[in-house]
Design a protein around this ligand. Structure first.
Ligand SMILES: *Cc1c(COP(=O)(O)O)cnc(C)c1O
Length: 421
């Protein structure tokens, strides 16, 4: 036995020695990850270069947007490269999260006392953020939730701010208490109130606006959480709400920032950030243990932020308008088609066009056009018209690749011409 260990130590020493002699590049790939003896040529899955086709799937030309069900966005190649570097070593994940938080606070110039955490999507930023609010750093409570015996148990929200992501708040065991007016808020606040939740994109819809909501929460000594998941661009939103005084803020990493699809950011007060981390992976016996973030994703998110912050937002928007106008110019040649352009005020704040169909000119409606395009190969997925689902098709170019604007324009024109009356 002893001999064997010595022999292994000896072989290791030789390996390290020879690696150091054959230069940095070889060492980076061979020394830390000894399983990586791969030649660089893919065999089996991936051999053709298109893993999805190999699996019998149709890839999608995505004119809808950064939809999770379509894969979110396409990662930045530089972020992918850095993720590969992250895969070469082991590291303590709790320490990595702390270091990432420090780096993010520096990059975003967050206010004094603020930090950040890379989470598995904004949804997990919400859940783990609320877990931390409820449990603090108390180990018994961390193990106990979603059983809230002895803990606060209610979160106040405006009726117009309810969203599917309230499920992640409820997962912690709390009950959502709906309010509409300031008087409602005063009535709703009581001993068991844990926090007040704001959905950034719903700001125009609720009676109580962003700043006032925060003031109401702080006047009652309650933390205020703002979900701004899809609200970059503009980049300034990454620090605006922290500067305003919101205690916790959630963002998606895999939407317009084009980070790893399964990443998100929880930005907020240092203590609440640490308490959120105590409630999630890699820490065992926690509610957030299923919301694992890998070392590769944590580092990929950091690189994504670095690249995103350096990006020229106006130039990007101009490029997107170029693609959308190319589609608009073609389809408006067809009688009965008009196009309007707009940029949503808060969520998905990027160029969007709406294609309106005069129902008297076509034998199919907008929903049917979308279904026909989606059944093509590759599948073309465009957005709906919101409240005008039957007459309007929505398109964004936020994740459109070069040349795909013309593919969309041709396919859309063809379908529309085929159904002219
Ligand atoms: C997309 C979204 C989420 C969830 O974000 P993920 O990063 O996909 O987990 C939460 N809230 C809002 C408002 C969103 O748009």
């Amino acid at each position: 036995m002893r001999n064997k260990i010595n022999r292994r130590a000896f072989l290791h020493a030789i390996a390290v020695l020879s690696a150091s002699m054959i230069g940095r590049k070889a060492m980076a790939t061979s020394a830390p990850n000894k399983g990586a003896s791969w030649s660089g040529k893919i065999k089996g899955l991936g051999e053709s270069g298109n893993v999805y086709e190999e699996l019998g799937l149709t890839t999608v030309i995505n004119g809808q947007g950064t939809m999770t069900y379509l894969g979110g966005s396409l990662m930045r190649p530089e972020a992918e490269a850095v993720m590969k570097l992250a895969a070469l070593h082991f590291v303590n994940i709790n320490d990595l999260e702390a270091a990432a938080g420090k780096r993010i606070a520096e990059m975003l110039k967050l206010p004094q006392g603020y930090s950040a955490l890379v989470t598995s999507g904004a949804a997990s930023a919400i859940q783990n953020g609320y877990s931390g609010i409820l449990t603090g750093s108390n180990e018994t409570y961390i193990k106990q939730i979603p059983d809230l015996t002895g803990l606060k148990s209610e979160v106040i929200i405006q009726k117009a701010h309810r969203s599917p992501w309230n499920h992640q708040i409820r997962a912690t065991g709390v009950k959502m208490v709906e309010v509409e007016t300031v008087a409602d808020v005063h009535n709703a606040i009581r001993e068991r109130t844990a926090a007040m939740h704001f959905l950034n994109l719903a700001d125009p819809d609720g009676q109580i606006k962003r700043e006032e909501w925060l003031k109401l929460a702080h006047a009652a000594n309650l933390p205020a959480f703002i979900d701004a998941a899809a609200d970059t661009p503009p980049k300034s939103h990454l620090w605006d709400y922290a500067n305003m005084g919101y205690d916790l803020i959630s963002f998606s990493g895999g939407k317009a920032m084009r980070g790893p699809q399964c990443t998100g950011l929880l930005i907020g007060r240092q203590e609440m950030i640490s308490n959120a981390l105590l409630n999630m992976s890699p820490n065992e016996d926690t509610l957030g243990r299923p919301t694992k973030v890998g070392k590769e994703e944590i580092v990929g998110m950091l690189k994504t932020l670095e690249l995103y912050l350096a990006e020229d937002e106006q130039a990007l928007a101009k490029e997107q308008w170029g693609q959308l106008d190319a589609i608009a110019n073609r389809v408006t040649k067809i009688a009965g088609v008009t196009v309007t352009r707009h940029v949503p005020e808060i969520a998905n704040n990027f160029p969007t066009i709406q294609i309106h169909l005069d129902p008297s000119k076509f034998s199919i409606d907008a929903g049917q056009v979308n279904r026909e395009l989606a059944s093509m190969k590759p599948s073309i997925v465009l957005g709906g018209g919101g409240n005008h689902e039957n007459s309007t098709i929505g398109i964004t170019a936020i994740v459109l690749q070069p040349g795909q604007d013309l593919i969309i324009a041709d396919a859309l024109s063809k379908v529309l011409r085929e159904h002219q009356v």
